[in-house]
Design a protein around this ligand. Structure first.
Ligand code: F6R
Length: 366
């Protein structure tokens, strides 16, 4: 069942280029060919709404958090995001000119399902992004979009996260097109970029050896910080969640710019600080936050592309070079080294990677 891998998690990390390509074939007409076009089900007309509310738990909620950046910047569509356990008890006002979107790998998470039921008669449409198409959340939604990741066994979500992101990015492109923010040609250019993603992901998987060789040192850390800006901020949250849940090392993700508002007090030469920073328009700002860490002897591990590592790698404890990637796809690509860091650190610590203590794959109690 593990197809030669030591753990389901390793297998599921490695499967990502293939399952993502499956999802693209499902949602993109002519993926990888000429004139690619979105192929989404009927009933997703984003001109009908002026707000989108996204609700999920854990890793799925970080996918929503990334998607908020996309929906707002590509489509000018205001988004709310919340974790389901808070959303359901807050009595959030919901408008009839909005949709509520629920993201869940299992489709059975109790809080997410309860949040869906709360939203039911208050919004124009309930959309679900799920892995298990026969699940309660898929059945109770007005429209369920499968992420096509295949069965995920490892408790730590990996391939479901990147497939959730892919489906959400395609929805954001549809929203951008419907709302007149993106031309058909721009959408096509994004879809052409998407076709390159499985190849880029394969390249990122090639970092496993380098990451493994860092893992002994990371395994000694008491605390690890992850930093990112823009859509890489929720990736920092996801990287920290993955590390803490399988290696039991205390880890936190922060928006890079928040560092000086408190967490920088934690920095000393024993705290690895993992910076997720493709060389995009926010890079210089992230680098200046990174330099604040280095000035306090923090051990910076920079994840960037060749240009970013060339510009800012000096003085870092370590740097890992990812392929250059279009901005929209960066969070999907950078999820891979974040997963590999957690995986190899957990192996170095000797923890039970597929069945971490205290955790269950599907959380059906609140
Ligand atoms: C983390 C993880 C959890 C789940 C969360 C939601 O690796 O797997 O945080 O993401 O329990 O589960 P689903 O997506 O099944 O609703």
């Amino acid at each position: 069942e593990k197809a030669g891998y030591k753990h389901f998690m390793a297998k599921e990390i490695a499967e990502q280029p293939a399952v993502l390509a499956d999802a693209l074939r499902h949602y993109v007409e002519n993926s990888g060919g000429v004139n690619p076009a979105l192929r989404l089900p009927e009933g997703l007309d984003f001109t009908q709404i002026d707000r989108l509310t996204m609700v999920a738990c854990g890793t799925a909620s970080y996918a929503c958090h990334v998607a908020k950046y996309w929906f707002e910047s590509l489509a000018g569509l205001p988004c709310d995001i919340d974790v389901a356990s808070e959303f359901r008890y807050r009595e959030p006002p919901l408008s009839a000119r909005s949709w509520a979107l629920f993201v869940s790998q299992s489709g059975e998470t109790a809080d997410t399902l309860a949040a869906l039921r709360y939203a039911k008669d208050k919004v124009a449409k309930i959309v679900a992004v799920v892995n298990v198409s026969t699940s309660s959340i898929a059945r109770e939604a007005d429209l369920a979009l499968p992420i096509l990741a295949g069965i995920e066994v490892g408790v730590a979500s990996t391939k479901a996260f990147t497939c959730q992101l892919a489906v959400l990015a395609l929805l954001a492109l549809k929203a951008g097109q419907d709302r007149g923010r993106l031309t058909a040609a721009q959408v096509q250019a994004h879809l052409a970029d998407f076709a390159l993603l499985p190849g880029l992901m394969n390249h990122a998987l090639g970092l496993a050896g380098e990451i493994e060789s860092l893992s002994d040192q990371l395994a000694e850390a008491q605390d690890v910080l992850f930093l990112g800006r823009g859509p890489m901020y929720p990736l920092a949250l996801e990287g920290a969640l993955k590390l803490k849940e399988i290696s039991y090392i205390h880890a936190e993700g922060y928006a890079s710019g928040e560092l000086k508002h408190g967490p920088i007090a934690l920095i000393d030469n024993r705290v690895p600080v993992i910076v997720l920073a493709p060389r995009d328009h926010l890079f210089e700002k992230t680098v200046s936050n990174m330099q604040e860490v280095m000035a306090r002897h923090g051990k910076v591990l920079l994840l960037s592309d060749a240009a970013g590592v060339a510009e800012a790698g000096a003085g870092c404890w370590q740097a890992l070079t990812l392929p250059q990637v279009p901005d929209l796809l960066a969070p999907i690509l950078y999820a891979i080294p974040a997963q590999l860091l957690a995986y190899h650190t957990a192996i170095a610590k000797g923890t039970d990677v597929d069945q971490p203590r205290n955790l269950a794959k599907s959380v059906t109690v609140e």
